[in-house]
Design a protein around this ligand. Structure first.
Ligand code: ASP
Length: 551
């Protein structure tokens, strides 16, 4: 396979040229010097600093403005005064942002993972992947432990008062229920989608229906006997099966790499596709503040009686938000600092725009495009790392979800007067870590897998309703922590790759050449395989280019 001579800086680190793919950088020209908040002295420097961080400032301002406008509209009558049509129009700019981000997820995840897996040599792939998974698992376990600890200390469920499915007169939604075994089987089924095209917009899910219902005749779901009165339905539901696509893309990338020169053209195709997608992302980013403002404002306007819900579930909300704040502002930054000796808060500043997007959209998947752009351009994470690790992180690493699930489980136990012994607490920790992997990076993805934990420790699944009532808020801070964990994972891996490489050593990460001449020299007929292409080296020496063997 033909490879780029790796660009290394003085430490032997792969040099990252943020604009190498032709994408407009987030801060251009002189602004690049003031990356990730590193400013400011004279007026000139202040101006440069503001310009470099303009998008971040706009996004944070958008969140604040969204809250203020939302509260203002609520105070003047809210959703009722606006009416359904005007409410839709009011939220339309936000809806547009969500559509744009969702549009970009599929090409981004598939192309970046295929390109990423194909550009890492298999041993590096294994090592980088193993470190990433270890980091993801440990931080999720820490988040779970923090959640359990806080809930046991603050006891949010002890003084909770609820009656007949309402909190202070506000009705709460019904909880979905599903067997633990079926949840895990669905997870595995989704890892191996039966149809790749339908995986782009459908996910497998098991549900139950009464034998007397018309469901089995009217749907295309497969069904089987469940018990005396119920049937079990296996249906393909609306929603991208991102887990299946991630697994397929990684394996496909590895297979392409194994093909050697034969796979090169396709790798270049996916790399170019990915680069073009990132250009689109950089354009969408400038629309993000407008979209976020209206997403936040609309959510606030739609809320019925926020005050009553807060009074009823205030302690539970406090527990979750406090846990997320501790994990996001202390635990993750501390881990990053210990391993890299770099300022974690500067790193956080660099990803402020995606964090605000996570708050606005409640979706890790929707935040992925902006996160990739920012960690590459603001935090100096190389494309090889970010495009491989971030899609995986957005799919399987959910620190925020694990933390809130643990708080919720302890809360529901306290609500029902169930005391939690050591074994139950360990069960909660382990199942929360595992079920957060299965949680989709979409709004309320974590609540849906909470039933796994409740079933595992014998708590009533119907009590998820209380958690659902405030999930619109908890889910936002949850998503921020989920994506922050992914970004710190990418930053740590970058630092690991930097440290394990010396200027003289063979590079671990090999960039499949994008700028290869398009007209390969034909091989001499006696060299056999006509599919093996050969390229001229800088000195016109064709043999020097045919250097990497098929692995
Ligand atoms: N909304 C979260 C995310 O997209 C998932 C969850 O509900 O915990 O990361």
């Amino acid at each position: 396979m033909v490879v780029d001579p790796p660009k290394t800086d003085t430490k032997g680190v792969m040099a990252v040229d943020p604009t190498a793919n032709g994408a407009p950088a987030l801060g251009s020209g002189e602004d690049q010097g003031a990356k990730a908040g590193g400013c400011c002295g004279s007026w000139d420097q202040v101006r440069r600093c503001l310009r470099a961080n303009l998008l971040v400032l706009l996004t944070v301002a958008a969140v604040v403005a969204g809250v203020v406008i939302g509260l203002g509209v609520s105070a003047s009558g809210g959703a009722e005064a606006l009416g359904p049509a005007r409410l839709i129009a009011f939220g339309f700019p936000g809806e547009l942002l969500l559509r744009l981000l969702k549009m970009i997820i599929l090409p981004l995840v598939v192309c970046s993972l295929i390109g990423g897996a194909a550009s890492l040599d298999p041993s590096a792939l294994g090592r980088v992947g193993a470190w990433a998974l270890l980091f993801f698992m440990l931080t999720t376990l820490l988040a779970s432990a923090l959640g359990v600890g806080l809930a046991l200390a603050l006891k949010p469920g002890v003084a909770f008062t609820a009656n007949n499915g309402t909190i202070g007169g506000t009705s709460v939604p019904k909880a979905p229920t599903k067997e633990v075994l079926d949840s895990f089987l669905d997870l595995v089924r989704n890892i191996f989608p039966s149809n790749l095209v339908s995986a782009a917009f459908r996910t497998y899910a098991t549900s139950y229906a009464s034998k007397t219902s018309e469901t089995k005749q009217t749907t295309s779901c497969s069904w089987r006997e469940y018990n005396a009165t119920m049937i079990q339905l296996g249906c393909e539901e609306e929603g991208m099966n991102i887990l299946g696509l991630v697994v397929f893309a990684i394996v496909f990338g590895v297979a392409l790499r194994k093909l050697g020169p034969e796979g090169e053209l396709l790798i270049r195709f996916f790399n170019s596709f990915n680069d073009a997608t990132m250009v689109l992302v950089s354009w969408i980013m400038w629309y993000a503040p407008v979209g976020i403002l209206f997403l936040v404002a609309r959510k606030i306007v739609e809320m019925e009686d926020v005050r009553q819900v807060f009074i009823g579930l205030g302690k539970y909300i406090l527990c979750c938000l406090l846990g997320h704040a501790i994990h996001g502002l202390l635990v993750l930054p501390l881990i990053y600092f210990i391993f890299t000796r770099k300022n974690p808060y500067r790193f956080l500043w660099g990803i402020m725009t995606p964090l605000a997007t996570a708050f606005g959209t409640s979706s890790s998947s929707a935040t992925l495009p902006l996160m990739m752009k920012c960690v590459e351009e603001k935090n100096g994470v190389s494309k090889h790392i970010s495009r491989f690790i971030l899609p995986i992180g957005a799919t399987v690493n959910m620190d925020g979800a694990a933390l809130f699930q643990c708080v919720a489980a302890v809360f529901i136990a306290q609500l029902n007067g169930v005391s939690l012994d050591f074994v139950k607490i360990i069960t909660i920790l382990v199942t929360a870590t595992a079920s957060s992997v299965g949680a989709a990076g979409i709004p309320a993805g974590g609540v849906l897998t909470l039933s796994i934990i409740l079933e595992a420790v014998g708590l009533p699944v119907k009590d998820i309703t209380w958690v659902l009532a405030v999930d619109w808020l908890v889910d936002r801070s949850c998503t921020i922590i989920n994506v922050e964990g992914d970004a710190f994972g990418a930053g740590l891996l970058q630092s690991y790759v930097d440290r394990t490489k010396t200027p003289s050593s063979e590079p671990e990460l090999i960039h499949v050449k994008n700028e290869m001449p398009l007209s390969p020299l034909p091989l001499a007929p006696e060299e056999g395989n006509p599919l093996l292409k050969q390229y001229r080296g800088p000195a016109g020496d064709a043999a020097t280019c045919e250097k990497e063997s098929v692995m």
